[in-house]
Design a protein around this ligand. Structure first.
Ligand SMILES: Cc1cc2nc3c(=O)[nH]c(=O)nc-3n(C[C@H](O)[C@H](O)[C@H](O)COP(=O)(O)OP(=O)(O)OC[C@H]3O[C@@H](n4cnc5c(N)ncnc54)[C@H](O)[C@@H]3O)c2cc1C
Length: 266
């Protein structure tokens, strides 16, 4: 028997989590529920209670304030794709599942989930997003990059409330390879980005290892070839082999992506 709580404010959600934890119960925050329900069905997740975040209205909004875009963690991937200020993320997000499923998948669920892919985190890391994390003491702001190491390491009992992005006019490069159809988990999804000054290069990859990886490389005075080599060396040892592709194949694909972008643009 599992209990269900629908929070209507952030305070209510963290308060409920604190209370259930104090009672020795295992509770999870619930957004679209796709991953939670699948894991419970498979017996991979056992919980006593759900705290549904969908009753918190501001978590469903995409707001634009001056030079900032504020995304509630409950916005769906399709909401982001369809909003004029965030449509630049479409080439990355519209590869995740299909249109119908993306109406349910939330940004927060993708970032905080346990699947190895979590592709929506790549552009947010690239654009150095800030995140609002809701704790019993109130809302704290962190750099996403400071809390993301293989997965989003939220302080115990807290939840991802909102994400802040600066409006972006630069292009994010992305290439995604799958084994069969486009609607499939990636063998490799590469996101590359450099700001106007082009002094640093961001590389974020998913499907390559058991978790999303990113690195920010200072270009120094190096040639494009030297930058590519350094970026490959950084991640080489993490390449995974599975029934869909070998580590060498993934590494070769990454080199192709890097050459395609860095060769032409730096
Ligand atoms: C058919 C299908 C295809 C998919 N294909 C891809 C793919 O190609 N690439 C990819 O990256 N993903 C893919 N996914 C995975 C999917 O993107 C994530 O599992 C999904 O986004 C989870 O969203 P949700 O809202 O349903 O999360 P939920 O199931 O509600 O939650 C997932 C996890 O995140 C936690 N959580 C949710 N919201 C918050 C929050 N605000 N703060 C803290 N913790 C939170 C929950 O406690 C849970 O642990 C696919 C999923 C499906 C169903």
């Amino acid at each position: 028997m599992m209990d269900y709580y629908k929070a209507e404010t952030p305070e209510e959600a963290v308060g409920q989590m604190g209370q259930l934890t104090d009672e020795g119960l295992q509770a999870v925050y619930y957004a679209g529920g796709t991953e939670i329900v699948t894991n419970i069905r498979k017996g991979a997740l056992k919980v006593d209670a759900f705290i549904d975040l969908k009753g918190i209205p501001e978590m469903h909004l995409i707001e634009v304030k001056d030079d900032k875009i504020i995304l509630g963690a409950n916005v769906t991937l399709n909401q982001i794709i369809e909003h004029p200020e965030t449509a630049f993320l479409k080439p990355i997000l519209d590869k995740i599942a299909d249109h119908t499923v993306r109406n349910v998948l939330t940004l927060g669920g993708n970032i905080c989930g346990r699947l190895p892919y979590r592709e929506a985190v790549l552009p947010l890391l690239a654009l150095d997003a800030d995140i609002e994390v809701c704790a019993q003491e109130g809302v704290e702001i962190y750099k996403l990059r400071d809390l993301f190491d293989k997965r989003l390491k939220l302080p115990k009992g807290t939840f991802l409330y909102r994400i802040h992005l600066l409006k972006n006019r630069n292009t994010l490069f992305s290439r995604r390879e799958t084994e069969h159809t486009a609607v499939d988990y990636p063998i490799l999804h590469t996101v590359l980005y450099s700001d106007d000054k082009k002094r640093t290069v961001f590389m974020g990859i998913s499907g390559f290892a058991a978790f999303p990886i990113y690195s920010v490389v200072d270009r120094k005075e190096e040639t494009a070839e030297a930058v590519v080599k350094r970026m490959l060396q950084e991640v080489e040892s993490l390449a995974k082999s599975d029934d869909r592709a070998g580590a060498d194949y993934r590494l070769n694909l990454l080199q192709v992506h890097l050459n395609e972008w860095l060769g032409g643009k730096l």
